[in-house]
Design a protein. Structure first.
Length: 432
């Protein structure tokens, strides 16, 4: 029987991964799944992670807007590093072996390639089948894949702690684009027995359709697209209290106000609830039921669905991870929040509060833990270094160093998802 050993060593702040098959070369799968806000980041950083681990021949490919794969030669073996996005709740859920909220686009079923049987299937989700990838390329131009297979989830990515999923929603799966009505209600996710990591801080931002305009020289009629979202306006809009933009004053355009939200189970939605709405304790409860016309509220399954909602519907506003590439959505404008842009510098220095400390969940009882854990350890150590955040744009979006931060560089941070940022002092100070 073939055996393989992964030896991870850390030398001078860098890790070198040696993969050796005792009889013949083997393949190793590292499957990251869950948060759509982290999807772009973990794909963008994959080549750097694998290079830092001593791997070569690194190439990438993608399938649709929420599936990515990186292939590398590591010692004698081939590593397939997959990342797929759904929503934050399903990352830890998959690692725990719970698929009751997964739908047909993600669920591993008996007709899926690589189906492991009914007992194990809840630990699996549909991810790229490397055999379907017809081309491969660099991070700036990934190749193309055509199919998925069942893959056991190694790391469940979530933008908030599992216990922070306390929201509910009911509406079309993909907002104005339909998809069928779904309803989700969460009272927290039990992750007993899992190991967690928090090397990074996830930045979020507001986005608007370019028809949301304000007369900057009222009443002269000098209308221009809004550039800022104050907290008070966000609370009114996303709690369903605003029907028309003129409700905010006659200097605003006369246009139906449309709020594009994420479905419950989204880490972006949970972060929005706890950070902006404050769970309704002093702001207002976030809307939970879709409505069209007075007010108009849409729920969306993924970040890309939400961005399509904002891009498609005049008068729409929404929220998503700050590094979303707006060039893919020509009608969408990224907004400041309370007058500050969603930048890495503003976030770490206490001037921008719309962020969370991300979570990655790993199961030490997983059957392939001995093989994957050394890679995970090297990956988390690499991600925690402020110098490791990608500084160039790729097919996975804008330069992450403009937006993302490591926990080590945060001068102000939160003690939990519901906490307000306070001074902590940076363990690894960065300038400015």
């Amino acid at each position: 029987m073939n055996k393989r050993m992964i030896l991870a060593s850390f030398v001078a702040g860098a890790s070198m991964l040696t993969l050796a098959g005792s009889v013949s070369a083997a393949t190793t799968d590292l499957n990251i799944y869950g948060a759509s806000a982290q999807f772009l980041y973990w794909n963008a950083v994959a080549p750097n992670v694998l290079t830092n681990m001593g791997c070569t021949n690194i190439e990438q490919a993608k399938l649709g807007s929420n599936q990515g794969i990186t292939r590398a030669t590591c010692g004698a073996d081939t590593v397939y590093y997959r990342v797929a996005a759904k929503a934050s709740f399903d990352g830890p859920s998959a690692v725990m072996g719970d698929d009751h909220y997964a739908d047909t686009a993600e669920k591993c079923v008996s007709t899926s390639v690589g189906y492991p049987g009914a007992a194990l299937a809840p630990y699996y989700r549909l991810m790229i089948d490397e055999a379907s990838c017809t081309t491969w390329g660099p991070a700036t131009a990934p190749g193309s894949c055509g199919a998925t297979k069942c893959a056991r989830i190694t790391l469940g990515a979530s933008d908030v702690a599992a216990e922070s999923f306390t929201q509910s929603s009911s509406g079309q799966l993909k907002g104005p684009l339909g998809g069928g009505v779904i309803s989700r209600t969460f009272t927290g996710i039990d992750v007993t027995g899992l190991t967690s990591y928090q090397p990074l801080v996830v930045p979020f931002a507001f986005f608007s359709h370019n028809t949301v305009q304000k007369d900057t020289a009222y009443p002269a009629g000098a209308f221009s697209t809004i550039s800022n979202m104050p907290r008070s306006m966000a609370v009114q809009l996303f709690s369903g209290q605003v029907y028309n933009w003129k409700d905010f004053g006659d200097e605003f355009v006369s246009l139906d106000a449309v709020a594009c939200l994420r479905h419950a189970g989204s880490g972006t939605a949970s972060a929005f609830d706890h950070t902006i709405m404050n769970g309704g304790f002093w702001g207002a409860p976030v809307a939970s039921v879709e409505s069209v016309g007075g007010p108009t509220i849409y729920f969306n399954d993924s970040s890309s669905d939400l961005m399509k909602c904002v891009n498609t519907v005049a008068g729409a506003v929404g929220y998503a991870d700050a590094d979303q590439t707006t060039s893919a959505y020509p009608n969408v404008v990224r907004l400041s929040y309370n007058g500050e842009v969603p930048s890495r510098v503003n976030m770490r220095n206490g001037r921008y509060e719309y962020f969370t400390n991300m979570w990655m969940y790993e199961d030490p009882a997983a059957p392939n833990y001995a093989v994957t854990h050394p890679i995970v350890s090297a990956m988390m150590a690499f991600a925690a270094d402020p110098a490791s955040i990608p500084t160039t744009s790729t097919a996975w979006g804008s330069a992450k160093s403009d937006y993302w931060a490591t926990r080590a560089e945060m001068v102000f941070n939160k003690v939990n998802d519901k906490g307000y940022p306070g001074y902590v002092g940076a363990a690894s100070p960065q300038l400015p």
